[in-house]
Design a protein around this ligand. Structure first.
Ligand SMILES: C[S@@+](CC[C@H](N)C(=O)[O-])C[C@H]1O[C@@H](n2cnc3c(N)ncnc32)[C@H](O)[C@@H]1O
Length: 289
């Protein structure tokens, strides 16, 4: 079976990686120029830079997709955001998609978001819309640590289809030490200077090479310290994980790269918005017969 996938809020193309060999992405949509440049570099095709808050059903239906894969902006539901839910202007695109979904519904829908999405008004709206369309769905609460990856990134995945599919049991593998995720050669520029350490060290999530856990890396990891992700303690000092190391935790392929012109902060931002690929891949496989 080959899914014809519409990748909405495509970012780096996490769903495209997750569907590799199982589904073909027929169109991807994102308004971010940096995300689209990175997507184009890695996937050889540029997403459509259209605002999803005003996209029409006919425009999406013209792609002939049978599966919607979406990761709407999570800030309205984030622990660190203001949690305005559907009143947040960043939820407008999700609201529009829920309004047009019944006009030309696909056969499958997969959605990823932060755990705060569960029980939110947005979650209620999605459930009501899916129920009206007679969809069946499973909800998975997954973290890369269950897949043996030493990185916390708890997320909810909604997997909906026209036919009933029994929920599958996710893996429970012990996480391995993070040493294998480290760059062979460190970038000295990632080390924090003394003034920064004097200010932020007490609040840092510090880990060493033999740790089996790192905290979730958020989009602001390049600028923030407390609650933004883990920092590595080495004999030399304390440093950020490099974007390449974060990309490894996310399960992106070793050939993944950023456009040269993107700075560190932009790279961390794109990664912090992204999907963990092995986790998303497992989710996609629950759709296969
Ligand atoms: C949580 S990220 C999705 C990341 C993606 N799943 C990945 O694998 O990298 C949300 C994405 O939605 C895009 N976005 C936010 N609001 C949008 C809108 N109104 N229309 C189109 N794209 C939007 C952002 O630029 C961002 O790349």
């Amino acid at each position: 079976m080959t899914f014809r996938v519409l990748e909405l809020f495509s970012g780096l193309g996490g769903w495209r990686y997750a569907f590799a060999g199982i589904g073909e992405v027929v169109a991807a949509y994102d308004i971010s120029p940096t995300a689209n440049a990175t997507y184009a570099l890695n996937h050889g095709v540029r997403p459509i830079a259209r605002e999803l808050a005003s996209i029409s059903s006919a425009t999406l239906a013209a792609h002939g997709a049978d599966c919607w894969a979406l990761s709407p902006p999570c800030q309205p539901f984030c622990r660190m955001g203001h949690q305005h839910g559907l009143a947040d202007p960043r939820a407008k695109a999700f609201l529009n998609l829920m309004a047009i979904l019944p006009l030309a519904p696909p056969s499958y829908l997969v959605l990823e978001n932060v755990i705060g999405f569960l029980g939110s008004e947005a979650h209620d709206l999605l459930a009501t819309t899916l129920r009206q369309l007679s969809f069946h769905w499973n909800e998975y609460h997954l973290c890369p640590t269950q897949f043996g990856i030493p990185n916390q990134r708890p997320r909810v995945f909604i997997v909906a289809s026209r036919q009933f599919r029994p929920a599958q049991i996710p893996p429970e593998e012990p996480a391995i030490a993070l040493a294998t995720y480290l760059d062979k050669r460190e970038d000295p520029g990632l080390y924090l200077g003394l003034p920064t350490l004097a200010k932020h060290k007490p609040g840092l999530d510090l880990v060493t090479w033999d740790a089996r856990r790192t905290a979730c890396f958020i989009g602001g990891y390049g600028q923030r310290f407390v609650g933004s992700g883990s920092f590595l303690q080495t004999e030399r000092g304390i440093r950020r994980f490099s974007p390449t190391e974060v990309a490894r935790f996310m399960g992106l392929p070793s050939c993944f790269s950023f456009p040269k012109e993107l700075g560190l902060e932009q790279r961390y931002k794109l990664l912090g918005n992204g999907l963990n690929i092995p986790v998303a891949r497992w989710v996609v496989q629950t759709l296969s017969p």
